[in-house]
Ligand binder design. Sequence first.
Ligand code: IMP
Length: 427
Amino acid sequence: MPSTVIVGTQWGDEGKGKVTDFLAERADVVVRYQGGNNAGHTVVVGEEEFRLRLVPSGILYPEKLCLLGNGMVIDPEALVTEMEELEARGVSTANLRISDRAHLILPYHKRLDELEEMGRGKGKIGTTGRGIGPAYNDKSARIGIRTADLLDPAEFHEKLKANVELKNHYLKQVFGVEGFSAAAIEERVLALAEKFKDRITDTSVVLHDALRAGKNILFEGAQGTFLDLDHGTYPFVTSSHPTAGGACIGSGVGPTAITKVIGVVKAYTTRVGSGPFPTELRDSIGDRLRERGHEFGTVTGRPRRCGWLDAVMLRYAARVSGLTGIAITKLDVLDGLDTVKICTGYRIKGEVTEYFPASLKAVESAEPVYEELPGWSESIGAATRLEDLPANTRRYLDRIAELIGVPIILVSVGQRRNQTLVLEDLF
Ligand code: IMP
């Protein structure tokens, strides 16, 4: 029963898409367990670049089963657009299955995301504007509409009518804006559902059957540890659980079903949206990382904030997800730097701590304690084995593994599938 969870260890955008795509080749089933089209995974296959938002990267392999788990929030517009885009490029979506318990993102969620974000003024979260938070709000308020409801138009009609009434009242009273027509949403969403309703099923059962048959399962986390609703830099987080525990809740398997947890670590740190970021570089090195690493959001195109690697964050990520191995990505982006720094602790009110604080004020005031290592002038993109890497690059990797206390099992030195060094059996 080999099943592996992939999680982001930072603020998302760690390069999980490439690692997932790489591991998907060895998997039989690929499952997404949280989030929605706020995620954006870029996968390069030959000369082609695919930008996936909802659909797991496994879709690029025709024989893999791809599941959208119950922990996800699904925008029917986005799903159909993505399916059509994939199909237009010759990628079949026949093996896609959608949980009947996943919640829907509807037009009023997107509008509320936009308006609530504007209302936050200076305290804005910097959401992707995809309606993610408002859809999860409805889920926890127990008024959400699920994909199963699309299979029962009368039920969908009733629930939608009640929700639109409620939302229209809120939109008018709080924001003074016009509301939505339930009939128009109903017509549009039911038309879109024609394209995917045959894929809606109990994906937990599909997953259990696969586990019983000894298949390899890959759970693909979106976003990252520090965007987790419980474990992230709250309130500058997303509304789901990207950490490994989320894989169980969001797909309908117990913790005993999981054998490995791989944390994806970008060789430096980035963040989109607001919130504290202790190792942020607001200088020419930060600009250099952004340019060389193409650090612009896949979903929104926003420039990402860039900084040095933060081992305080990584140790925290290793702890809350129980990492068994780490995959380092974008190591080549550091080529040509004289020195590279790793943050090993935070100095807060004169005291050095190795633990990531809950208080955002404390994180904001944290002065990073750095360890400086020699950089490397060589381009490492052609390396195929660990031994091909310059001594200083290996020293950087060794130090990361030592500081986190988790072995490195994979290193990515470029966007292409063959620019990947595999150090340990992955499944
Ligand atoms: P939301 O998920 O759209 O509600 O956004 C909440 C926070 O999570 C914002 O700071 C977003 O920038 C961030 N976020 C959401 N999805 C991603 C992602 O896939 N990568 C990086 N940041 C993300």
